[in-house]
Design a protein around this ligand. Structure first.
Ligand SMILES: Nc1nc2c(ncn2[C@@H]2O[C@H](COP(=O)(O)OP(=O)(O)OP(=O)(O)O)[C@@H](O)[C@H]2O)c(=O)[nH]1
Ligand SMILES: [Mg+2]
Length: 284
């Protein structure tokens, strides 16, 4: 595999939580003030991995967190400033895969696929890495702009699990930042990684299968992708849509037939903040 530039990463766990650390000084939590952002960052990941905990740590908001899957059911938005850049952070419902099977999962899927975030932070549970990597690999198929937040490192340690995060970063081709979000451990390093990926200070080349290894299928995917792009100009990830159609995904087929896929390409369904959670449940 090709050597990929990843972030030079200090020992994240040792420096985290230090209020006087230089990296911490640059974070300004902006609460619900998300105007004039430079970059949009999505928080994706399996249910119950600590996405909302990370969201709260970065924005200063109080999005509900809880120790059961499915706590977050809609999008929430908040802001932070770091390194002279303003970031809009979008907390998403948990999802096991981009093949959404519930409304919450669809909200997450639509934003990841069609919301065009500048960076997608995938919050992964270090104690259940194998299951969590399924979503990581799916997202790496559609975007280079990914940071993996390897959370619940305290739980992993408690269970005697060692995760080689440097090796994982090398193998995936994207930064991997170990964190204990509940304690703020690793958050400065996460911020730095997000900043560097967003600004292009590091260029990533994730590990990716470029073909399906099947000539007929590759041809069908290419033909269908071109047709989808022609029908829905500006739609991101048309190749992913083509693959889902060939797989017989009924919801995608419906979105094409009724034209709602076009709304996604114009950002209509993903651009407006979800009012249910915008301000009511969160406060600075
Ligand atoms: N031990 C430990 N607990 C954590 C850590 N990060 C978050 N938690 C806890 O894990 C639980 C789930 O956290 P949430 O932030 O609600 O997780 P989520 O990914 O937003 O969950 P959904 O919205 O349901 O997908 C909460 O009880 C958090 O306090 C961590 O690093 N270590
Ligand atoms: Mg949540």
């Amino acid at each position: 595999m090709q050597e990929t530039p990843v972030l030079p990463k200090p020992d994240a766990l040792s420096s985290a939580g230090c209020a006087t650390c230089p990296m911490n000084r640059h974070l300004a939590r902006l609460g619900v003030n998300v105007d004039n952002w430079d970059y949009v960052v999505a928080l994706a990941g399996n249910p119950n991995t600590g996405k909302s905990t990370v969201f709260n740590a970065l924005t200063g908001l109080r999005q509900h967190t809880g120790n059961w899957p499915g706590k977050t059911v809609a999008r929430a938005e908040g802001g932070f400033e770091f390194g002279d850049k303003r970031f809009k952070l979008v907390d998403l419902p948990g999802t096991y895969s981009l093949l959404a099977s519930s409304v919450d999962e669809e909200i997450a899927r639509d934003f990841i696929l069609f919301g065009q975030p500048d960076v997608t932070v995938i919050v992964a549970d270090a104690t259940r890495l194998e299951r969590n990597l399924n979503l990581v690999l799916q997202i790496l198929e559609i975007t280079d702009q990914v940071v993996v937040c390897l959370n619940l490192m305290d739980e992993a340690k408690r269970h005697g699990l060692m995760v080689d995060d440097r090796r994982l970063a090398r193998d995936l081709g994207v930064p991997v930042v170990p964190t204990v979000a509940r304690r703020g451990t690793g958050i400065p390093e996460l911020l730095q990684a997000v900043h560097d990926v967003a600004t292009g200070a590091v260029k990533l080349r994730p590990r990716r299968l470029r073909t399906t290894q099947n000539e007929a299928l590759d041809k069908a995917v290419a033909t269908l992708t071109a047709q989808i792009e022609a029908a829905f100009p500006g739609l991101p990830n048309a190749r992913w849509v083509a693959l889902r159609l060939l797989d017989g995904d009924a919801s995608i087929e419906r979105a094409i037939r009724d034209g709602s896929l076009g709304d996604l390409s114009r950002g209509e369904r993903v651009a407006a903040p979800d009012e249910r959670l915008r301000v009511a449940e969160v406060s600075a």
